[in-house]
Design a protein around this ligand. Structure first.
Ligand code: SAH
Ligand code: DHB
Ligand code: MG
Length: 219
């Protein structure tokens, strides 16, 4: 088991299930062209998110951490005609790239990007009465993951699916800064102990380092 093995495996899965198309490829290319390290989910993880969205019949999806819109495209494609993805992004430049990529995907009518700090945007969404969401994907900065989870509960109903990316790597990676590690540890302890959800963590590999996604259903 080495890096080469799991990259080969991801490419095998991606080819087998045709996990790319001109829109997704252009989105990944836009990250390359911007000269930014790609921190989006892998193709197979994108498809997994889409399948999960379909499984819960999602009409309203919330994402924290848009980046260039790659995971957002996978999620929004699972929505019915009258469905909506609200995606939160702190960095206005990332949001601008994502907006272009969503337009290129023909998804601009289904996706609303809100630019700002998710810690402030989430209470705003609650005040506006936008929820409850059918599915919530937590993938923004790691230190406040537990706070994101608590705020996500306010935007949920029984049965809401809450997914959180990158909840394993920072527990074990010696290069991880303390604030990220503690953020993820606090989040994991919270979902494990919380009566509000039933949850587990699934290890993931994809193209990146080994990591994990938390999967939680609101009770
Ligand atoms: N979900 C994306 C990847 C997200 S990467 C995908 O898989 O394609 C994490 C993103 O969260 C980055 O774009 C970063 O700018 C954003 N982010 C960081 N801190 C944030 C905050 N406090 N509020 C909202 N977004 C934040
Ligand atoms: C980072 C963030 C992510 O959401 C991810 O999947 C990988 C890396 C990061 O901030 O470095
Ligand atoms: Mg992530």
């Amino acid at each position: 088991m080495n890096d080469k093995y799991f990259i080969k495996a991801e490419n095998y899965i991606s080819e087998l299930f045709h996990l790319t198309d001109p829109v997704l490829a252009a989105t990944l290319q836009s990250v390359q062209d911007a000269g930014i390290h790609d921190i989006g989910v892998s193709p197979s993880q994108g498809k997994l998110l889409q399948l999960l969205a379909r499984l819960c019949g999602a009409k309203k999806i919330l994402e924290m951490g848009t980046f260039f819109g790659y995971s957002g495209i996978w999620l929004a494609r699972a929505l019915p005609a009258d469905g909506q993805l609200i995606t939160l992004e702190y960095d206005p430049q990332n949001a601008a790239f994502a907006e272009k990529n969503f337009a290129n995907a023909g998804l601009q009518n289904k996706i609303q990007i809100r630019t700002g700090n998710a810690l402030e945007l989430l209470p705003q969404l609650e005040a506006e009465g936008v929820g409850p969401f059918d599915m919530i994907f937590i993938d923004a900065d790691k230190p406040p993951y537990a706070e994101y989870f608590r705020l996500a509960l306010h935007l949920s109903r029984p049965g809401t699916l809450i997914i959180a990316d990158n909840v394993v790597r920072h527990v074990f990676d010696p290069a991880t800064p303390e604030d990220k590690k503690n953020g993820v540890l606090r989040f994991n302890q919270l979902i494990a102990a919380s009566d509000a959800v039933s949850a587990v963590i699934l290890q993931t590999v994809g193209i990146k380092e080994p990591d994990g996604m938390a999967i939680a259903i609101v009770n």
